[in-house]
Write a protein that binds this ligand. Structure first.
Ligand code: FPP
Ligand code: MG
Length: 293
């Protein structure tokens, strides 16, 4: 299946989407797509089949997000912790990723038409060489699209992300590009893998588990959190609408908190802005080198 699934809504669902949409929707929604293996168990199929169904549900959910007018989505597709699972399951997930990111390259035109930019956030160096190549190419060809953004967290944990940001900051100080007194929350945010994205307004976790599992810990301090008691492959448009409705009811309180936070944010000095530009260019050049190799 492609990354974006053609419309599957019946007329009642379509109407419900229109009604919810009129109430103001989040600009960025993050998903912890949990429950694929329990789904596989329930259906008595292999675990990897549960993950494949999980991908199909992701494609369907992305179409609902486009229908709702949600321009940015971030999904937790593979945690660094997931490397500890059986070799068979990890290999199966890597193969699924290989196929799906290759599909981005094969269906380039369709993604360009929708204006979808795909970014993969995580510690890509932990992945097999050929997958790094395919992922980097997929990001490269869609990088200038700006109608919708899909961030796929792969080989990701927040603690790893924050550790890398700290290392970048320390290197900047050692090289004399920035000074210790330049270190601020804003600088740290700019050094994270998610530096191109606004913070999620809504985080949805499926499967009834009530925890963050090391996902976007830095970025979700002001996010509305919604736990859905349904396995990810069974997530329906009604679950999606219920989550957005929950967000709408709590968004005014969250807006106040966000406003208070943004009042405390310091402005970057020229020195810090130059360092951040340098870091971005370094990351872009690394990607370009992979694409050209
Ligand atoms: C969590 O359910 C799900 C995962 C670890 C993998 C999620 C991956 C997908 C939905 C496919 C996405 C693929 C690409 C290429 C973007 P679980 O395995 O923890 O299930 P459980 O909670 O029932 O054990
Ligand atoms: Mg799980």
């Amino acid at each position: 299946m492609s990354w974006i699934r053609e419309n599957t809504l019946n007329w009642i669902q379509f109407l419900a989407v229109k009604i919810i949409k009129s109430g103001g929707v989040p600009k960025h929604v993050a998903f912890i797509m949990d429950g694929n293996r329990r789904y596989a168990n329930k259906k008595r199929v292999e675990k990897v089949e549960g993950h494949t169904k999980g991908f199909d549900k992701l494609a369907e959910t992305l179409q609902w997000c486009l229908d709702l007018g949600i321009p940015e989505v971030t999904v937790y597709a593979f945690s660094i912790e997931n490397f500890k699972r059986s070799k068979k399951e990890v290999d199966g997930l890597m193969e699924l990723a290989r196929q799906k990111f290759q599909r981005v390259l094969d269906e380039r035109e369709m993604l360009m038409e929708h204006g979808v930019c795909i970014r993969v956030i995580g510690n890509l160096s932990l992945l097999p060489e050929d997958l790094i190549q395919t992922i980097t190419k997929a990001m490269y060809i869609t990088k200038d699209n700006n109608k919708a953004y899909l961030n796929v967290a792969f080989a990701y944990t927040s603690r790893d992300e924050i550790t890398h940001a700290v290392k970048d900051v320390v290197e900047g100080v050692k090289a004399g590009d920035i000074l210790p007194e330049d270190i601020s929350e804003k600088l740290m945010s700019e050094c994270l893998y998610t530096n191109c994205s606004p913070e999620p307004d809504l985080l949805i976790r499926t499967s009834g588990e009530v925890r963050f599992s090391d996902f976007l810990l830095w970025q979700t301090t002001c996010s509305c959190i919604y736990f859905a008691d349904v396995l990810w492959p069974e997530f329906s448009v009604w679950d999606m609408l219920a989550a957005v409705f929950y967000y709408q009811r709590s968004s005014s309180d969250l807006e106040t908190t966000k406003q208070e936070q943004s009042n405390n944010v310091v402005k970057h000095t020229n020195r810090v802005a130059t360092y951040i530009n340098k870091l971005q260019r370094k990351r872009e050049n690394l990607s370009l080198a992979v694409v050209q190799s």
